[in-house]
Design a protein around this ligand. Structure first.
Ligand code: FE
Ligand code: FE
Ligand code: MG
Length: 166
């Protein structure tokens, strides 16, 4: 973005860039958590769970791309080193140490719930001040809400399979 594009941002761009960089670290960690979870998943409905985890991994990587582009437009620099992801992250990284599908779903649902809060807060911060960041956060929030629902619905199906068979 050029200089006028930055001038129209009605808040301290550094504040917005800082929020964006925290979300950027979250997206990479979420991507890796999903990607690795899909590799190791075991248990009932494994195929369906793996397909969902992989689809979400792809979405998280796309989110990282959107967020990085906005950081650069605002004249910022996306977190340069993966080592720094841990310093920046809001939602952390829940290592998929247990391959059981129910455990993976639980961990990733927790991550999605955190992501929903992060993008909701970003919308509050950018509303009426930075429409482009606001719009990006809204698009991502829609995905995160869908992700949470997808995972909770798989959780329900597996619960039913485990506990309600006749
Ligand atoms: Fe995401
Ligand atoms: Fe997500
Ligand atoms: Mg999905």
């Amino acid at each position: 973005m050029g200089t006028r594009g930055r001038e129209i941002v009605g808040v301290n761009t550094e504040k917005i860039v800082s929020l964006l960089n925290k979300a950027f670290a979250d997206e990479w960690l979420a991507y890796y958590q999903y990607w690795l979870g899909a590799k190791i998943a075991k248990g009932p409905m494994k195929e369906a769970v793996i397909a969902e985890l992989l689809q979400h991994a792809t979405d998280e990587l796309r989110h990282a791309d959107l967020v990085a582009n906005r950081i650069i437009q605002l004249g910022g620099e996306p977190v340069i080193s993966p080592k720094a992801w841990y310093e920046f992250t809001n939602c952390g990284y829940d290592a998929p140490g247990d391959p059981f599908v129910m455990r993976l779903l639980e961990q990733n649902i927790k991550g999605e719930q955190c992501a929903i809060t992060v993008y909701n807060d970003m919308m509050m911060e950018s509303r009426e001040k930075d429409p482009i960041t606001y719009n990006m956060a809204l698009l991502i929030l829609e995905d995160e809400v869908e992700h949470e629902e997808d995972l909770q619905s798989l959780q329900e199906d597996i619960e039913m399979m485990l506990h309600h068979h006749s």
